[in-house]
Design a protein around this ligand. Sequence first.
Ligand SMILES: [Zn+2]
Length: 263
Amino acid sequence: MKQAFFLLLMASYGVSAQSLSKPETAVIATVKKQMPETEAFLEKVVNINSGTLNKEGVRQVGKLMSDEFDKLGFKTEWVTLPDSLNRAGHLVATRQGKKGKKLFLIGHLDTVFEKSLPMEPFTRVNDSTASGQGVADMKGGDVVVIAALKALHAQKLLDDTSITIYFTGDEESSGGAESRRDFIERAKKCDIALAFETAQGLSSVTTGRRGSSGWTLNVKARTGHSSRIFSDLGYGAIYEAVRILNEFRRTLGQEQYLTFNPA
Ligand SMILES: [Zn+2]
């Protein structure tokens, strides 16, 4: 997880030039031009410890990112949480407009590396890879958001758009439902959500994810002596449970991407 790829940005260079519109080409050129400052900013935020329980560190990283959104004309706020949750809170940046879909851009400020762990600072591995605590998960993704918005802003493409950026402070160790309430409320008001944590390797976008749910199967049957099964008592609860489970397998077993396990 510490190997880092802040270069989703780089991925866009791979797109064939002919397929891009003029503004898109300009945005990519801006991203490329601002790469040194983007990288410097990533280095700065990676070198601030922001383990989930290091609330001060999470807020410090949040402040630096918040300043960037301020410069781009976003309204920024810090969502505080009750002390009992022992979490830093969240950074929210918004802008309201009438153009296009309402976007919800998701990131998180915290990392799994608490202060008690040895510090591994930002280190350049080669020209497109760096390592360090939280580079990949996911300060790199946060910085991609900032760099992309900066480039869009430079081309005046943010004007009149509706964007909510939500960087939580407790993704790695959640403060629970109370900590997510505001996030869910705001997300519901948006049309499209984009999360910037690394997906399956570089240069890829994940467009769907499996959810998961748990089920309890309750089966009732008449009780009685085992010798009367299949006759007046019927088949009994175990056969009925097996019948239902087997029916799941029979009808859904070939469904792409679906897994289920009676255990
Ligand atoms: Zn993460």
